[in-house]
Design a binder for this molecule. Structure first.
Ligand code: HSE
Length: 316
């Protein structure tokens, strides 16, 4: 029997414009690492230690930590009573729309599965990882965790039952993320969800369905320009953009310097540009940073690609 297992899971972007809570894309920008080690006790006590990215304080109590919630739920469901030491190395900054809670939750689910040799199927691991989203969003949503577990582009169906459809992205798809150095609220995703309209005009639904369909077609046809044409959201982006200082400048500067499309990454405040070559990557990154700078905000940028999903890196 293994004593300890370490897994990593990537950052991710959700929504891609019109696919709110439906589209997820694993991103190679950064990874979180979770190591779970069996301790001697049998009272199901989970002790979490965090290191790495310190941009906002991530709670280490089990009920408020995305990895902790996943481990607790899996321990209960499989009736495993081990005390567990959990070591999380955060690299994905928390609260910025890069799937930080999802990365830790996904790595925790994959590490737990391997540590106890459970052989849980991937769709069920996504369900467990989604438990972790309650820590930051207040509710479960599957877009980031499906991108983090499966990698690539994932479509989430929730009704009548959960289904995760993965499509391998085109090889030329390049993403540039700009992460503004702003203070984010502790449960920012919950706040960003609370500003969304409860009802929307049918014409906006039609436009978003049309754009979301174009994105899916672009992934299937491996046509990055088509994907980018679909990244146009008339429902969620207009309701959230006021939460992002510099939004308009970042978007227009990125488009002027060669981005094919620009939108909010997940619940923000990071913004993401879509490109079909690395050639303009640095220039777009620079332009996005210049956009935030107009609002006197510093930012970090990442030129990245779609990534593979979570994986085990060591078992001892
Ligand atoms: N789909 C979610 C949202 C992603 O936009 O609220 C949050 O990470």
């Amino acid at each position: 029997m293994a004593k300890s297992c370490t897994a990593v899971a990537p950052s991710s972007t959700a929504n891609l414009g019109p696919g709110y809570d439906v589209f997820g894309l694993g991103l190679s920008a950064l990874e979180d690492t979770v190591r779970i080690t069996k301790a001697s006790g049998r009272s199901r006590r989970i002790t979490i230690r965090l290191s790495g990215e310190k941009s906002i304080s991530i709670p280490s109590n089990t009920e408020s930590n995305s990895a902790g919630l996943v481990i607790e739920k899996m321990s209960e469901d499989f009736d495993l009573r081990y005390d567990l030491d959990v070591r999380i190395v955060k690299r994905v900054p928390a609260g910025f729309g890069m799937g930080s809670s999802a990365a830790s939750a996904a790595a925790a689910a994959v590490a737990f599965d391997r540590l106890f040799n459970l052989k849980v199927r991937k769709s069920k691991l996504i369900e467990y990882a989604a438990e972790g989203e309650i820590a930051s969003a207040g509710t479960k949503h599957y877009d980031n965790v499906s991108g983090a577990i499966l990698g690539g582009f994932v479509i989430v169906r929730t009704i009548p039952e959960l289904e995760f459809i993965k499509i391998i992205p085109p090889e030329d798809l390049v993403l540039v993320i700009a992460v503004p150095t702003v203070k984010v609220a502790c449960r920012k995703t919950e706040v960003a969800r609370s500003v969304l309209p409860k009802e929307v005009p049918l014409k906006n639904v039609i436009r978003n369905v049309s754009n979301a369909s174009t994105i899916v077609a672009g992934f299937i046809l491996k046509d990055t320009k088509m994907i980018a044409r679909g990244v146009d959201d008339v429902i969620v982006e207009p309701a959230r953009k006021h939460l992002i200082p510099g939004f308009d400048a970042v978007k227009s500067k990125a488009l002027k310097s060669g981005a094919l499309a620009v939108t909010i990454s997940g619940a923000g405040p990071s913004m993401i540009s879509f490109l079909n070559s690395r050639k303009n990557g640095k220039l777009v990154a620079h332009s996005m940073a210049a956009g935030f700078k107009e609002s006197k905000i510093k930012s970090r940028t990442f030129v990245c690609h779609p990534s593979n999903g979570a994986r085990v890196v060591s078992v001892t």
